[in-house]
Design a protein around this ligand. Structure first.
Ligand SMILES: NC(=O)c1ccc[n+]([C@@H]2O[C@H](COP(=O)([O-])OP(=O)(O)OC[C@H]3O[C@@H](n4cnc5c(N)ncnc54)[C@H](OP(=O)(O)O)[C@@H]3O)[C@@H](O)[C@H]2O)c1
Length: 320
């Protein structure tokens, strides 16, 4: 499968393009940048396979009949337009999180991909962390009993407010877009199948350090149909080891530093350490996307699940 990467920034360069090389049956084909020279250097650095891999126009990149799919790794406000254009050109779409900046955009993406008959996947790579998958297997086999409560925290320290996530022209949230949406996805992945949908939500936001329009710290609390509860904390104000904790009627799982780009960290349960291999979670997400395209099945995080995450972020911030 020939895959084009849109955007040459942090996640595309450090994680997505290297991960593509680890997925059998897929290869980096072409690249979109606002600067053709940058696209050319990116293509060379990551071994893009097309004879003409470097593009500074989405239209020309999508007009390539050799291209099968795109991975969208641009600022959030560009995702919807790029995904809809890709779908109309018959290309499958793996879009980075959050899938868009508004619910209306998210819905339009789902509709465009469904009516074009192309797969739409959303890049929540933490579901492909090998330790998280072992944790999930334990929880699904009732290894900690009935789920009662979950907590996820991922934070980092931004040096200033220049990042595009801090501004409404390019994003709808800052801490929630960067890391909070991952915490929410992890919690939904673990809780929803056993506890039902989220039925109530509350949110507190701090934005007093740079006094900008977006959340610097966001704290979400959730209640599921079963009555189980959860908390997410995201922040751009302080760096700390990430944490996820899942509590059941008969035990717990505690993840330390597993919410990251690296597939590493440690996981403990009431019975001791949970062993796992460190693998590339981005390769897992891409492999799942490729399999969905090949089999016509649904990817692990499809457009509708990405949309549910977007709805909750939107609702949360409206309440803050
Ligand atoms: N799953 C994860 O772990 C993870 C981690 C980080 C980010 N992400 C997601 O991936 C996407 C990209 O994030 P990132 O951290 O990689 O961002 P980034 O470093 O700022 O890169 C974004 C790239 O998009 C291109 N771009 C096009 N229009 C732009 C504009 N108006 N302003 C800035 N860049 C523009 C740029 O490439 P050119 O200069 O070549 O045009 C830029 O390098 C976001 O949706 C983000 O939420 C996911």
């Amino acid at each position: 499968m020939n895959i084009g990467v849109l955007g040459t920034g942090s996640i595309a360069d450090s994680n997505l393009a290297p991960a593509l090389q680890r997925v059998e049956g897929a290869q980096l084909w072409s690249v979109l940048s606002r600067d053709r020279g940058r696209a050319r250097r990116f293509a060379r650095r990551h071994g893009a396979a097309s004879l003409e891999p470097a593009h500074d126009s989405l239209e020309t990149l999508l007009a390539d009949p050799g291209l099968d799919a795109v991975v969208i790794a641009t600022p959030d406000h560009l995702h919807a337009g790029q995904a809809i254009a890709a779908a109309r050109a018959g290309k499958h779409v793996l879009v980075e999180k959050p899938m868009a900046t508004t619910v209306a955009e998210g819905r339009a993406m789902v509709e465009a991909c469904e009516s074009a008959g192309v797969r739409l996947a959303v890049g929540y790579h933490l579901r492909w962390h090998a330790g998280h998958r072992r944790m999930l297997a334990l929880i699904r086999s009732r290894g900690i009993g009935e789920l009662r409560h979950a907590r996820a925290q991922w934070t980092f320290k931004a040096e200033d407010a220049r990042n595009w996530r801090a501004w409404p022209e390019t994003a709808s949230w800052w801490s929630l877009s960067a890391v909070g949406t991952h915490c929410l996805d992890l919690i939904r992945w673990v809780m929803v199948p056993q506890c039902g949908e989220v039925v109530s939500l509350a949110c507190t936001v701090g934005r007093e350090v740079w006094n900008g329009p977006h959340d610097e710290t966001a704290v979400l609390s959730l209640r599921f149909e079963s009555g189980a509860t959860a908390e997410c904390c995201a922040s751009v104000l302080f760096a700390a080891p990430s944490r996820a904790e899942i509590y059941g009627s008969d035990g717990y799982v505690r993840c330390e530093d597993t919410l990251s780009r690296f597939g590493a960290g440690s996981i403990a349960t009431q019975n001791g350490i949970l062993q796992f291999d460190v693998t590339d979670p981005y390769a897992g997400a891409i492999r799942d996307f490729v399999t969905a395209v090949e089999t016509g099945g649904a990817p692990e995080v499809d457009g509708r699940e990405g949309l549910r995450n977007l709805e909750l972020l939107t609702e949360a911030i409206a309440l803050a």
